[in-house]
Ligand binder design. Sequence first.
Ligand code: HEM
Length: 506
Amino acid sequence: MLVTAVLALTAALVAFVCVYMSWHFDYWKKRGIPSVNALSLTGDRGGGLPFNKSFWKILDPIYNKYKKQHAYVGMFQARRPVLVVLDPEMVKMVLTKEFSTFHGRGQPIDEENDPMSLNLFNLEGPRWKNLRSKLSPTFTSGKLKLMFPLMADLTDDLSGALTQLAATGEKGQVEMKDLLLRYATDVIGTVAFGIECNSLKNDKAEFHTMTREVFNRNLLFIIRFFLVSVHPIFMKLMPFKKLFSKCTNFFLNLMKDTVEYREENKIERNDFVNLMMQLRDQDRHVTDRLNHIEMTSDVMAAQAFLFFIAGLDSIANTVGFSLHELALNPELQQRAAEEVRALKAKHGGLTYEALRDMDLIERIIRESLRKWGPVGILTREPKEPFQLPETKAVVDKTCMVWIPVFQMAHDPEYFPDPERFDPERFTEESKAQRHPYTYLPFGEGPRFCIAERFAILEMKLCLAGMLDKHHFVVGDKTAVEIETDSRSFSPTPKGGFWLRVEQRAE
Ligand code: HEM
């Protein structure tokens, strides 16, 4: 009797889940929009959980199959309709021209249970606009110039750590990913939280350990991502808060302590914390809490935490992939090192101005972002019904829009011989020959990466600092054909970047 009841209940539950999950599956057909077969579990299905495919590659089959004939194609992520935009002009429309409709990313916010979700990346509407306009001045060239010395000091630490590791590593080989992550941790630690993390000097430093905690939860992130796309209620129902609370509390307390310490000791420093404290002081009189975000210490921590998440793996992988490509191309590496030495001599050191003038170094970074860019898909959510151009089809806020950044960056029509690493693609003449919306590592439109200039400066400094003193060569531990980790959200080398490191002659 009990067994029958359990079986009947299970069958009813399975039937309910099946109906619920497939309820919308005529969404595209009803609108006459070409679409991917939602029920096919293999082939061009695309969305869903990327268990067997890297997340940034899930759009490969769809892009290759539909790009030639269609400007967009419909698919599903879990049960949510997704419009994949394939034509650069239409990408421009979504990201820029029709920003008033496509201004959100559809990220869930849980102010009550997850204070870290109240960050610039997730916010939408007037509150996003208000915070974006306040935080933007942090990244002007004037502010970056003031922050530069904090970063430059760390480049010396990086060089020292690299020399030491090469001296003790088997045949001078060093795993670069871990080292670059420690560098990126120290940079964001000092500019976002205003503290010396010392990860480069001590690989057991608490900040580095806590950061690893955040990034080691890949599988949990994927499960959470999937469930929240089935229904946002999972954000509240699942015990994710508890799972992530150790890190959350660490960062919340850190920001609170930092702010208190600065207030008590009247400390002023050229970093994000200082800017956010100034914003908080300016905002004290504001009463309009619907359009306005109050700069409490939790809100400050949420922004600093976001800077942290955004600025670690992305930076470490981009510089790591650059070094890997340079080790495979010694002639290019030599030219890059010569540029560094020449501009260092001209400006009397690795100054802000020397970095600004490093054209080849910047093109290497931009090419690395094309070939191995950390953000493979951009997302937007239409906030009101939107009629697609030249049709009567209307999409609404139940659907998401995805931009296939990775696929466009590997499309031979825009980037001939796309697997070849070639910084010449980023000369002014080459850039002028292609549609600007085919290369989007930092996004585009009013919501492009707020820290693009900061990130480029940091990566140039890091790469230039290393090439100035060191020479990178393929060793017997180097995986010449990089195998990427399919569980990761962005291209990440399985086993890291192993390279043989030699001192460069003076
Ligand atoms: C290689 C480095 C980086 C890459 C490739 C990158 C890329 C991106 C992309 C693609 C977006 C979404 C843009 C869009 O939707 O149009 C974004 C947003 C954002 N990034 Fe970055 N990013 C990098 C580094 C950083 C760093 C170092 C920080 C902070 C210090 C940062 C902070 C942010 C923030 C706050 C947003 C949200 C902006 C908004 O919604 O207004 N990023 N980034």
